[in-house]
Ligand binder design. Structure first.
Ligand code: IFM
Length: 452
């Protein structure tokens, strides 16, 4: 049986995902202010191919064509993110109505085409002036985020059925403030841990105003979860995997779904623990309507006391990796979803990102991306297995609709179902786009009772 033959619940949502800085371009149009990614990408040596998101897929000007494409592919939903510097150009203060107009049109365009909008408020493009004032490590950012969330949800309201506050807070905090790989490019673990706390606090603090502005919408957050496996049965490796899990997964999950930070991680951080004020964790752990799960791969770790806590080192991946160097490990998807169901009693879950970069070649007007189809097929089947075993998963979003700006990897890594020729901005659906469209179509027919 292939993924195309599997039966999913009748109202299961099928879509694709993107993010503002990765596709929009038009960084100086419509009153948009500068973001930390404009600054970071313009700094020599930060992006593998020396590119920036200044033009990207030019989606800001081509959004109607992109929506038409989604409609032709039969997408039921579209997960996009709103650029904070378009809405509040200097991060705080005056709202830029022209910025909101763009998302207003986008949302109406989706609804006209029968595609459900899933909006993410923060997918890493922080207004630069907020970083100049301290960024996520500074507690003052929480109020700024609440005001921004208020502006967006006030305008878009219930036309957006699903709002996520943050995308992948682990990345925003640790890639940005500890590992120097993402904007703002700092290497200060203590700042990253503070950033992680404030990202969660801002999420929780914004929910009240979001619910007031969009009463019938569902409100949640999106986490990237990375299961950690020990390199051996040796107790040191088993403990290393547990530490990595705490650092990457449980810090966020326990705070959001249990209202506390895990003791082992707290101890591991030692003097770097963030200031947590009374009541903070009750704010962080506000009830969620849904949990977004981004899953790509797993890590295999061994203990390495020579590096800072969590004192682990990743091992080379098994099998042929994707072009990002990530192992193809679909069982991890099933395990993550079932673990969440078992240990966290989560709200309904959506796989909000899953996909793979491969070295696509455009030949005779098409891209024959059999490796991507195989990846998606195995992961869709892994989601199905999790549902069969009791996980409450309501939807799946392929990353990504379009090839786009893959952060520090630039444009060299292509994740899209649709190939983008950056010289002409032509959109060319890859074979995987056709595969995904027929999966959706068969599912739709099957759940309507027509022959599958
Ligand atoms: O491109 C990113 C996306 O912005 C966040 N999740 C992972 C994707 C692939 O690296």
């Amino acid at each position: 049986m292939t993924a195309t033959d599997l039966r999913f619940p009748a109202d299961f949502v099928w879509g694709t995902a993107t993010a503002s800085y990765q596709i929009e371009g038009a960084v100086a149009e419509g009153g948009r202010g500068p973001s930390i990614w404009d600054t970071f990408a313009a700094t020599p040596g930060t992006i593998d191919d020396g590119t920036t998101g200044a033009v990207a897929c030019d989606h800001y000007h081509r959004w109607e064509q992109d929506l038409d494409l989604m409609q032709r592919l039969g997408m039921g939903a579209y997960r996009f993110s709103v650029a904070w510097p378009r809405v509040i150009p200097v991060g705080t203060g005056a709202v830029n109505e022209a910025g909101l107009d763009f998302y207003d049109r986008l949302v109406d365009g989706l609804l006209e085409r029968g595609i459900a909008p899933f909006a993410t408020l923060y997918h890493w493009d922080l207004p630069q002036p907020l970083q100049d004032a301290g960024g996520w490590p500074d507690r003052g950012i929480v109020d700024a985020f609440v005001a921004y969330a208020d502006a967006v949800t006030r305008r878009l309201g219930d036309r957006v059925a699903y709002y996520a506050t943050m995308n992948e807070p682990w990345c925003a905090a640790f890639l940005g403030y500890a590992l120097g790989e993402h904007a703002p490019g700092l290497r200060e673990p203590a700042l990253a841990i503070r950033a992680a706390h404030h990202l969660l606090l801002a999420h929780g603090a914004a929910l009240e105003v979001m619910r007031a502005n969009a009463r019938t919408a569902q409100h949640g957050i999106v986490l990237n979860l990375n299961p950690a496996y020990p390199a051996s049965d040796a107790p040191e490796d088993v403990a290393a995997a547990r530490r990595f899990d705490g650092f990457f997964n449980r810090w966020f999950l326990d705070a959001l779904l249990k209202g506390r930070y895990p003791d082992d991680v707290w101890e591991g951080y030692g003097a770097n623990v963030p200031e947590v004020q009374e009541g903070d964790l009750a704010i962080v752990a506000q009830p969620l309507d849904f949990l977004g799960v981004n899953y790509y791969s797993r890590v295999i770790v061994t203990s390495d006391p020579s590096v800072p806590w969590p004192a682990v080192r990743g091992l080379p991946v098994e099998g042929t990796p994707t072009e990002m160097g990530w192992e193809v490990f679909p069982q991890g998807m099933t395990e993550v979803l079932l673990r969440l169901q078992r240990e966290y009693a989560p709200p309904p879950m959506y796989v909000t990102e899953n996909g793979a970069a491969y070295p696509d070649v455009l030949r005779d007007g098409t891209v024959d991306d059999a490796d991507r189809i195989a990846y998606l097929e195995q992961h869709v089947a892994a989601v199905h297995a999790a549902i069969e075993a009791g996980a409450d998963v309501r939807g799946y979003f392929a990353w990504s609709l379009l090839d786009n700006f893959e952060w520090a990897r630039g444009f060299a890594k292509r994740f899209g179902l649709v190939y983008v020729d950056y010289a002409t901005q032509a959109r060319i659906p890859k074979r995987s786009a056709g595969w995904y469209a027929s999966l959706i179509e068969r599912h739709r027919n099957a759940t309507r009772g027509a022959p599958a």
